[in-house]
Design a protein around this ligand. Structure first.
Ligand code: G16
Length: 561
């Protein structure tokens, strides 16, 4: 009886969200993405997916409506698992199947088969909860209604609208709620500001004098991050933050000529920045504030910038974390050293110079395919896993068991040598674990950690940029008939299909000293990405251009040849 009621409810709601003719959706690098005007059926079905995920795990899950760095007309949807991370990849085939079910009857059948297979209570025996968030895109409001319908199509499931949020805020809320702790936006902001001020209080006194450089100008990509940063900055002391491209009327369009993706790919000043900012520390968030890059405008006569990307943020964090363990272990007797496995996780986009630098520091570096879902999983295998994509998406994970060891060491030191250098080092590490988002890459928490570490080191942005010198690189996009025709292996560094393409890429690459080049289908845009690195900018540009031509020859539209 309950099952019948459930089935007719699902059929009735589904009939209100028909699949657009000819559309195909795929749960890509970061959920479903497409033009916002055709996404209602997908978001409705993602609502069903989220409710089932909550039923399966008996926990709260999240549903975020965002297309992050993509243009304002796009939108997207992704699910956060109970630990705040990305939805398990095991469920992606089911996500794809329901997103493309041609009609309500097929959709219902897929759901019925899946709940049976996964042993999910279906028909109202159990309750489910989904936290909903969205970014500032105009299509977000309508899509939110579709998501609510999807959740309400599952009896027992409740949708909780958390309003406009950054993506990392929603992931954080899901994680914290499932730990049984208060998880509102103000809890998030207060955790960030408290742990930041704890780190600032622990800046060595002799370095405080070097910290006069507190001015930071932030490009908010005309998205949600700018407004949230305005709120956060009121709770901070010791930082003078000026936010531009906040998305307020007249300031510009989301991600257009601004934001972390623009700055990282184009390597020129974003709109709203100019000669007055020469020499000042600048940062860019992306549209939903899960990515962060820094930059420096060195000359008033050029639009070029010195880019300080995700690799350099990662390197700064790695230097800091390693230093805390050096302090701790150099001041402990041999029986009392704290063993730690630190892992660094990057993708093929990581600049070769960054990987060499991190290895020289004695750190273990592994590569995964693009997508936080891959990096996060790998980083979680370590006591402390630091992962960043070059595009500025990343965070630092502390394993639960290692955090317990750190807390125990902190208590011990508080009673035996409170205020010692070792004690301070442990307190810093604990504050980092509170500040940096444990669920997903988060531009706001990352920005505060960068600022705290620069103050700790007494470093200017210029000094930070000099950690190592990037190899010149270029990233380009190619429009092709079917991007899925490209299949890659070896963490996306080699092309397995189409046959013959890799050999030609290798031949082009060999023409350039220190050449490195790979191609991969984007999981968020309908394009193939080409990345090239070489010893000079001209060589990197030329290598990227030749490989674009190769990709076009193999997969491009006939008219373009
Ligand atoms: C998303 C993912 C990132 C990925 C980026 C680009 O970022 O979360 O991990 O690097 O897409 O992916 P692709 O090259 O496959 O298009 P965001 O900021 O758009 O959510």
């Amino acid at each position: 009886m309950a099952q019948d009621k459930q089935c007719s409810l699902l059929l009735e709601f589904a009939s209100r969200f028909p699949l657009p003719h000819g559309a195909r959706f795929s749960y890509g690098t970061a959920g479903f993405r497409s033009d916002g005007s055709i996404l209602a059926s997908t978001v409705f079905r993602a609502g069903i997916l989220a409710a089932l995920r909550s039923l399966k795990t008996s926990s709260t899950v999240g549903l975020m409506i965002t297309a992050s760095h993509n243009p304002v007309s796009d939108n997207g949807v992704k699910i956060a698992d109970p630990d705040g991370g990305m939805m398990t990849q095991r469920w992606e085939p089911f996500a794809d199947a329901i997103a493309n079910a041609p009609d309500p009857e097929h959709l219902l059948q897929l759901v019925k088969d899946f709940v049976k297979e996964e042993n999910i209570p279906f028909g109202g025996e159990q309750s489910a909860e989904v936290l909903l968030g969205r970014d500032t895109r105009p299509s977000g409001e309508t899509l939110l209604k579709a998501a609510k319908h999807g959740i309400n199509a599952i009896i027992g499931a409740v949708a909780v609208d958390m309003d406009i949020l950054t993506t990392p805020q929603l992931h954080w809320m899901v994680r914290i709620k499932n730990k049984g702790m208060p998880a509102s936006e103000s809890d998030y902001l207060s955790q960030l500001s408290k742990s930041f001020s704890c780190l600032i209080d622990l800046v060595p006194k002799e370095r405080v004098a070097d910290c006069s450089d507190t001015k930071l100008v932030v490009d908010g990509a005309n998205g949600v991050g700018g407004e949230k940063l305005e709120q956060l900055k009121k709770m901070l002391t010791g930082l003078d933050i000026c936010v531009r491209n906040t998305g307020k009327k007249g300031e510009g369009v989301l991600n257009e000529g601004c934001g972390a993706d623009f700055v990282q790919k184009e390597k020129i000043t974003p709109s709203g920045f100019g000669p007055d900012d020469v020499g000042i520390r600048c940062a860019s968030l992306d549209g939903d504030a899960d990515r962060l890059v820094y930059f420096l405008i060195s000359s008033s006569s050029s639009k070029n910038i010195d880019l300080i990307d995700g690799d350099k943020i990662l390197s700064l964090f790695a230097v800091f974390i390693k230093e805390q363990f050096d302090i701790l272990n150099n001041n402990s007797d041999s029986d009392n050293k704290l063993a730690v496995r630190i892992g660094i996780v990057q993708t093929a986009y990581a600049n070769g110079a960054s990987t060499s630098y991190l290895k020289q520091l004695g750190l273990e570096v592994v590569l995964t395919p693009t997508g936080v879902k891959f990096l996060h999983k790998e980083a979680a295998k370590y006591d402390i896993g630091i992962y960043f994509e070059a595009n500025g998406h990343g965070t630092i994970l502390f394993s639960e068991s290692f955090l317990l060891s750190l807390e125990a060491r902190s208590k011990e030191l508080a009673s035996t040598s409170s205020g010692s250098e070792s004690h301070k080092a442990v307190l810093r590490l604990l504050a980092v674990s509170q500040l940096i988002n444990q669920a997903v890459g988060d531009a706001l928490s990352g920005l505060l950690l960068v600022e705290a570490v620069l103050q700790y080191k007494g470093w200017s942005i210029k000094r930070w940029n000099e950690l190592y010198q990037d190899l010149p690189s270029r990233q380009l996009k190619v429009k092709v008939v079917d991007r899925n025709a490209v299949v890659t292996t070896n963490a996306e560094t080699k092309v397995a299909k189409p046959l013959g393409l890799q050999e030609l890429i290798d031949a082009e690459t060999a023409k350039h000293p220190h050449g490195r080049c790979f191609v991969r289908p984007s999981g968020t845009e309908d394009i193939i990405r080409v990345y090239a690195e070489a010893s000079t900018q001209e060589a990197a540009d030329s290598l990227a251009r030749s490989v674009v031509q190769l990709v076009d020859r193999f997969l491009g539209f006939p008219s373009s040849h």
